[in-house]
Design a protein around this ligand. Structure first.
Ligand SMILES: NC(=O)c1ccc[n+]([C@@H]2O[C@H](COP(=O)([O-])OP(=O)(O)OC[C@H]3O[C@@H](n4cnc5c(N)ncnc54)[C@H](O)[C@@H]3O)[C@@H](O)[C@H]2O)c1
Length: 259
């Protein structure tokens, strides 16, 4: 059977661990070439060394996605190493959880710089190449926080709502030029980010058990389950999917919790 991502040259952010790493593994298994970026250079080096990939299929660079010039330079390197990037997966993101009255200006700014501006920086850097070459695909890893609000997680959901706005704005702007822009909205996923969240409670094991119990199926997603959806969305299997948000949350966001 043909590999589903053969011919795809993907720039993937936040690839050193978690959902990003799972996406990298799934895309490599489907024949893509990848250029991986993360702000944690040491972890990224270790991750790249552990990936099973044919020679020339994985490039990487340490960069903070909120740094526009650094991202522009990383994309130039990607174009040189794996060929002109024709798919972008904006996965890097961070939790900033507080309340509207307690969040600091620094937290607000960092939240938007990483969770929204980072995706814009990367999109801005890849779009000229995509438009000049007849198209491409951009996938933003959003969250169910993009359309629901969990109290005490402010201002993270404000940024994820904005990321869905960015997705739709880019999608409509370039729909006539062969570029598709979509979002994938996971619910809870078992990654370091989720573990850090549970560790922020006095009883992390109880917090973890509560999270599982919230879900209709009694469990949360593995990073691989999110990666499989990402492969589909970045592939040529859904050519008319544009400006869409695919929710992968085990049904959680459809559940009516008792008041
Ligand atoms: N884990 C979940 O439950 C969950 C749920 C919904 C959405 N998401 C989203 O999925 C994405 C990945 O989450 P994860 O759980 O795998 O996180 P993670 O913390 O396990 O991994 C994120 C990676 O991104 C990198 N990163 C963070 N900020 C960066 C920056 N400014 N520049 C470059 N790299 C940066 C980190 O170094 C890390 O390696 C995020 O956008 C997150 O908001 C996660």
């Amino acid at each position: 059977m043909a590999e589903r991502l053969s011919g795809k040259r993907i720039f993937l952010t936040g690839a050193a661990q978690g959902i990003g790493l799972a996406i990298a593994e799934a895309c490599l298994a489907e024949g893509a070439k990848l250029f991986l970026v993360d702000q944690d250079g040491a972890l990224l080096e270790k991750t790249v060394a552990g990936l099973v990939a044919p020679k020339g299929h994985v490039g990487h660079s340490t960069a903070d996605i909120s740094d526009g010039p650094a991202i522009k330079a990383a994309i130039a390197r990607a174009n040189a190493e794996i060929g002109l990037v024709n798919a972008l997966i904006n996965n890097a993101g961070m939790n900033v959880f507080s309340t509207p009255l307690e969040a600091t200006e620094e937290e607000w700014t960092r939240n938007f710089d990483v969770n929204v501006k980072g995706a814009w920086n990367c999109s801005k850097a890849v779009l000229p190449g995509m438009l000049a070459n007849g198209g491409g695909a951009i996938l933003n890893i959003a969250s169910t926080h993009g359309f629901t609000i969990i109290p005490h997680t402010f201002p993270y959901p404000v940024a994820k709502h904005a990321l869905l706005g960015l997705t739709k704005s880019l999608a409509l702007e370039y729909a006539g030029q062969g570029v598709r822009v979509n979002a994938l909205a996971p619910g809870y996923v078992e990654t370091q980010k989720a573990i850090d969240y549970w560790n922020s409670f006095p009883d992390p094991a109880a917090a973890r058990a509560n999270t599982m119990a919230l879900h209709p199926g009694g469990r949360i997603a593995s990073a691989r389950e999110i990666a499989l959806a990402a492969v589909f969305m970045i592939s040529d299997e859904c050519p008319f999917m544009n400006a869409a948000t695919l929710v992968v949350d085990g049904g959680l966001s459809q559940l009516q919790h008792p008041a």
